[in-house]
Design a protein around this ligand. Structure first.
Ligand SMILES: Cc1cc2nc3c(=O)[nH]c(=O)nc-3n(C[C@H](O)[C@H](O)[C@H](O)COP(=O)(O)OP(=O)(O)OC[C@H]3O[C@@H](n4cnc5c(N)ncnc54)[C@H](O)[C@@H]3O)c2cc1C
Length: 566
């Protein structure tokens, strides 16, 4: 799951002028990042979390958790939104409309970051799940916080808007500088990109590695494809890359067909990071992610849920009581001349109405298309182009320490890509990444392994929401764990205290060829009738922490202008 190693540093999209404007929202104090100088050191103890009942990290589970999925729960959202008018006609209303300056729909990283940046406007944040965080959530066991979704973000460049944003949150991640090991055909290679797995393919593998490094550094005539891209000078370059597939592009760089080891490693990476094959994703998205692999990443105990939790903790003190509302499913958004009416169902199914001066939809666009009234045809057409892929995560709790000689052990199968049938190959592969959940804060006597299993094909969602899915996937995880994973980390089945599953139905938008070049992000992200704004990773079909935060940073000033203008 090497998600998120794309480089946000070249937020060149944000010109100096824009950066200063963002500063006015409280977003970018533009101080040095906390990450500076932290290389390799374990994360220091964070300020104590407030442990709110709706925190992104669930610390209430017993030693052995109930045999049920964490993650995304499809009901009641599915039944309500698929027959919204029937629900609206029958649901009991709870009181008069409540006047608020700003409503934010969705409490994932994008929604929480937007709320933080616009906290001065006292937003109300509506999140359908009982806990905030979206795909950046986690759990805890014997004092170890671990991720059930997003694990890490990339180290932002000092002075960049994301660095400023993170600095305000005062987080102290551990920085990973080492290359992750790759397992091919059961053998572990610690320096795969030096060509250690094959004599015949070594030269090509090293050439590819040099290329990724050059792209990351903007050297040797290469340029990093920034996404989101707002700088016109970089736009043409990103568009050109976006018009071709990542696999075509890589073959050109390699000067012919990829060596099977390189193909297998990059293909598995695309499944785990982008939820799709390298033949499906654009070279812009693939390169944005993979070149970032050659940079540094920031890891917190609990993964990116720790960022979400810090945001929630800060917001709960910065906002008036009750402005963070979990268990609230937004079903209807109507825009008038002076206000936006946002109707939502609470956990008991009662309907409430917010009368807001502006709203930010920080939920996925397929939801926005269902809840927003009178959406323009071209926005609906752009939403229809978005596809989402499913994901499964297992956390393995071990009553034993393991050697902390990896962060992400990357399982690349037998090294025989490309795959004609991606679905069959991905099902055969199962888990692609074994992440050491205790890497940011090592423990001697206990370990959490976070296993990432992408479903990089259409139809995966039905499988994860199927009524037998828990027992089916649980036994598949156990089988792969015992056969392949425990031996790799030197642990035994007897060390396993619990294996906890999380499922995600729609978490990864597919970065398909042409999505950016066809200007769909502009259509999806443009404000609706001056009062409704959009901020979520899928505006750019790029599933990453940096996309979510950048979307919030860009939405902030736009919303402020409307609220200031009355
Ligand atoms: C298993 C997994 C691992 C990942 N690993 C990484 C990683 O290591 N690094 C990385 O950068 N990215 C990773 N990602 C990508 C991750 O999705 C992003 O990093 C980020 O969390 C997306 O944030 P978001 O706010 O844009 O979207 P989301 O997290 O999807 O948030 C949207 C929110 O809107 C809510 N919502 C939806 N509909 C409604 C409604 N009608 N009313 C109210 N609320 C609603 C949802 O419940 C959700 O909380 C991973 C994703 C998954 C699934």
């Amino acid at each position: 799951m090497r998600l998120s190693r794309r480089r946000p540093s070249h937020l060149a999209p944000l010109s100096r002028r824009q950066i200063l404007a963002l500063g006015g929202t409280g977003a970018a104090t533009l101080l040095l990042t906390r990450c500076a100088g932290m290389a390799g050191r374990p994360s220091r103890a964070a300020a104590s979390p407030l442990n709110l009942p709706f925190s992104p990290i669930d610390r209430t589970l017993a030693e052995v958790a109930p045999a049920a999925f964490a993650g995304e729960e499809p009901e009641p959202a599915h039944s309500i939104l698929w027959d919204r008018e029937a629900f609206l006609a029958s649901a009991p209303a709870a009181g008069e409309p409540e006047g608020v300056p700003l409503a934010i729909v969705g409490g994932g990283i994008a929604g929480l970051a937007t709320a933080w940046l616009l906290r001065g406007h006292r937003p109300v944040v509506l999140e359908r799940a009982p806990r905030f965080g979206g795909a950046s959530r986690g759990e805890s066991w014997r004092g170890i916080d671990y991720a059930t979704g997003a694990a890490y973000f990339i180290r932002p460049e000092e002075g960049s808007p994301i660095a400023g944003f993170l600095d305000e949150l005062d987080l102290s991640p551990r920085i990973k500088t080492e290359e992750d090991p790759v397992v091919l055909g059961g053998r572990r290679f610690n320096a795969f990109w030096e060509g250690t797995s094959t004599a015949t393919g070594a030269a090509q593998i090293r050439r590819l590695a040099r290329h990724f490094q050059a792209v990351l550094e903007d050297e040797e005539g290469q340029r990093f494809p920034d996404i989101p891209v707002r700088d016109p000078a970089r736009r043409a370059h990103v568009d050109a890359l976006d018009r071709r597939s990542f696999s075509d592009y890589l073959q050109e760089v390699a000067g012919g067909p990829l060596h099977p080891h390189a193909a297998a490693v990059i293909e598995h990476y695309c499944w785990s990071s982008l939820g799709a094959s390298m033949a499906e994703v654009s070279a812009a998205a693939g390169l944005n992610f993979y070149a970032s692999e050659f940079g540094e990443v920031c890891v917190l105990p609990g993964g990116n849920a720790a960022v979400a939790e810090r945001l929630v903790d800060r917001l709960v003190t910065a906002l008036p009581p009750g402005h963070l509302r979990p268990g609230c499913l937004v079903v209807d958004v109507q825009v008038g001349d002076e206000e936006v009416l946002v109707r939502y169902a609470d956990a008991a199914g009662r309907l409430h109405t917010l009368a807001a001066r502006a709203a930010v939809l920080a939920c996925p666009k397929f939801v926005a298309g269902k809840i927003l009234r009178e959406v323009e045809g071209r926005r609906l057409a752009a939403i229809a182009r978005l596809r989402y892929r499913a994901y499964l995560v297992a956390n393995v709790l071990l009553a034993h320490g393991v050697r902390h000689d990896f962060y992400d052990l990357f399982l690349a199968g037998q090294g025989s890509a490309p795959y004609a049938d991606v679905e069959a190959a991905a099902v055969r592969q199962g888990v692609t990444d074994v992440v050491l959940g205790t890497w940011a804060r090592p423990q001697r006597d206990r370990t959490v392994l976070t296993l990432y299993r992408p479903l990089p094909f259409d139809g995966g969602r039905a499988a994860v929401f199927d009524e037998d899915s828990y027992s089916t996937f649980h036994s598949q995880f156990v089988a792969q764990l015992e056969r392949e994973i425990l031996p790799l980390v030197g642990a035994r089945p007897a060390d396993v205290v619990d294996l906890r599953l999380a499922r995600w139905g729609h978490p990864l938008p597919v970065a398909e060829v042409g999505f950016i070049a066809d200007r769909l992000p502009e259509v999806l992200g443009s404000p609706f009738r001056r009062r409704v704004f959009f901020a979520q990773q899928d505006t750019w079909a790029l599933p990453a922490f940096e996309t979510a935060v950048t979307e919030a940073l860009l939405a902030g000033p736009r919303v402020t202008r409307v609220l200031a203008g009355g």
